[in-house]
Design a protein around this ligand. Structure first.
Ligand SMILES: Nc1ncnc2c1ncn2[C@@H]1O[C@H](COP(=O)(O)OP(=O)(O)OP(=O)(O)O)[C@@H](O)[C@H]1O
Ligand SMILES: [Mg+2]
Length: 511
């Protein structure tokens, strides 16, 4: 096609003899927002890494702005007009927000001294474009994953890019932040910048993209107009299945609880500095409980306190019939709790270890306690989960960092399920998981619950909470403001409580 800004054709790439891309193509017009979708491991991130020079291709041709394109590194690509926000943030948490934004191109004054004033002002202005007002002199690590993500986006946009690549930019953002991001994407378009937008959320495609490129097993299988394409049609093309088949299988795989047992966890009026002042919730055996709330409402903090990762200043926690006050996650794990965290890079995976070792990590204490490490047993567990969750890997011994983002997430979840806990806390369990695998994972969670597991599920996707939970507690500004029973759980009810805080108990005094 003529008039393309970017054209990638016949892209081939194999890792250790296993093909990741076989003849993939991608074309983006100037000022076009192109969506890129595909199952976990389809090759989306690899395609991007080849474009921005993070990874070398085996063969294929790339032109950008009508010229043959070569980029030796993502930094070089950035200087040449292609800016990437990676799936895994690669900013420096202990440096300030400003430093992260100006990393590698610091502003200097005449004597070569760093011009902090100009940089801080520049950083502030840049973030304001995204409606973010924060202290830019604070270390980036002080802020939530969502803010960090926005800083990464701001940084990428600030390079006068002609093409901005976003690899799952919204997976850790709440609805309001997603809206801000999508607005920024449209603004980029109006300024003549093109955007490549990778996502697993089908709704976002229609909202923001002009066209959608669909990848499957390392190939480009379709390029469709975003607005006129039916969501199910996109999913069908992505999974390589019949439209009718996809239609039949429905949106989520959650089913109703089989039997709900006795009390498993009771959290009463817990306070955790600095944000949570009065959180209460309860979980019974076999029950999936959703914890809803806006970003910053204290969901993760509350969960961390239950798990012994943070100390509650006040309140009582009862687990499995006894009052507890875990001083560390180790104690909580020993008592039968698991916590699958939202940030796989920081708290989750060990990149240089194998899939098997990462998966069996939580099993280690149990296996060691019984005297020896039963390697054969461990191997069986690992193989069973690779199969049941559909983890796409060369085998149990492959290094986990070589897996696609979604498949790393699956290993994390498998790790905790394999431990056979009494209570499992899931913080954004299907973040980064493709729509096909998502249903499988939800079914797996329900299955475990039907065998007595209690689940505390935090998700910024309302749909997941509404369809998956047997009961929902809503937090707002660090307080529990509502408890919803199965029949009362609707998107409207949850949303209303998140925003205004419905009154249900004496705790709900005017905030
Ligand atoms: N460095 C590597 N070494 C070995 N295999 C790799 C490496 N990087 C990617 N792969 C493999 O290439 C395939 C494509 O991975 P890629 O990360 O591009 O998928 P993706 O479409 O981005 O998936 P996701 O939605 O999970 O992010 C996967 O099977 C992955 O295991
Ligand atoms: Mg990816």
């Amino acid at each position: 096609m003529t008039g393309e800004l970017l054209s990638m054709t016949g892209i081939e790439k194999a890792f250790g003899g296993v093909p990741a891309l076989s003849g993939a193509t991608l074309a983006i017009a100037p000022a076009e927002i192109m969506g890129l979708i595909g199952q976990n491991g389809a090759g989306k991130s690899t395609m991007i890494k080849i474009l921005n020079g993070a990874c070398a291709r085996d063969s294929g041709a790339i032109t950008f702005g009508g010229q043959v394109w070569t980029a030796a590194s993502p930094q070089a690509a950035q200087r040449a007009g292609v800016s990437t926000i990676f799936q895994e943030l690669n900013l420096i948490p202990f440096r300030s927000v400003t430093e992260n934004i100006y990393l590698g191109r610091e502003l200097r004054r005449f004597a070569g001294l760093l011009n902090w004033r100009a940089m801080n002002a520049g950083a502030r202005n840049l973030l304001r474009r995204f409606d973010i007002e924060i202290d830019v002199t604070q270390p980036l690590g002080h802020y939530s994953t969502a803010i960090q993500q926005m800083v990464a986006i701001a940084r990428a946009v600030s390079f006068d890019a002609r093409l901005v690549i976003m690899d799952e930019p919204t997976s850790s953002l709440d609805d309001a932040e997603v809206a801000v991001l999508l607005r920024t994407v449209r603004q980029l378009k109006s300024e003549g910048v093109s955007v490549l937008f990778v996502t697993h959320k089908m709704d976002e495609l229609a909202q923001v993209c002009d066209r959608v490129t669909v990848m499957r097993d390392g190939q480009t299988v379709a390029v469709l107009p975003a607005r006129d394409s039916d969501k199910l049609q996109l999913v069908a093309s992505m999974l390589g299945r019949d439209l009718a088949d996809v239609r039949r299988s429905g949106a989520t795989a959650f089913t109703k609880a089989a039997a709900i047992g006795e009390e498993l966890l009771d959290v009463a009026n817990v306070a955790i500095a600095p944000r949570v002042s009065d959180a209460s919730l309860a979980i019974r055996k076999g029950e999936i409980v959703g914890l809803a709330g806006l970003l910053g409402s204290g969901r993760t903090e509350t969960a961390r306190a239950v798990f012994g990762a943070d100390m509650a200043a006040r309140g009582a926690i009862r687990f499995n019939g006894t009052a507890t006050r875990f001083r560390s996650p180790q104690e909580a794990i020993a008592a039968g709790m698991g916590f699958c965290s939202e940030d796989r890079k920081v708290e989750g995976i060990i990149p240089d270890m194998s899939v098997a070792d990462n998966l069996a990590l939580a099993l280690m204490p149990a296996l060691k306690r019984s005297g020896l490490l039963d390697e054969a047993a461990q191997r069986r567990v690992v193989e069973r989960y690779i199969k049941s969750i559909g983890i796409k890997c060369a085998g149990p011994d492959q290094k986990i960092r070589e897996l696609s983002g979604g498949n790393q997430q699956k290993v994390l979840l498998a790790r905790w399920l394999a431990m056979n806990p009494k209570l499992l806390i899931l913080d954004e369990p299907t973040r980064g998981i493709d729509v096909g695998a998502k249903a499988e994972i939800q079914a797996l969670i329900r299955d475990a619950a039907n065998n007595g597991l209690g689940v505390l599920m935090i998700s910024s996707e309302l749909e997941e909470i509404v369809e998956g939970a047997d009961r929902v507690f809503v937090l707002r500004d660090g307080r529990t403001v509502q408890e919803l029973a199965r029949d009362d759980i609707t998107e409207t009810a949850v949303m209303k409580a998140m925003a205004h805080g419905a009154s249900v108990s004496s705790q709900d005094t005017a905030a």
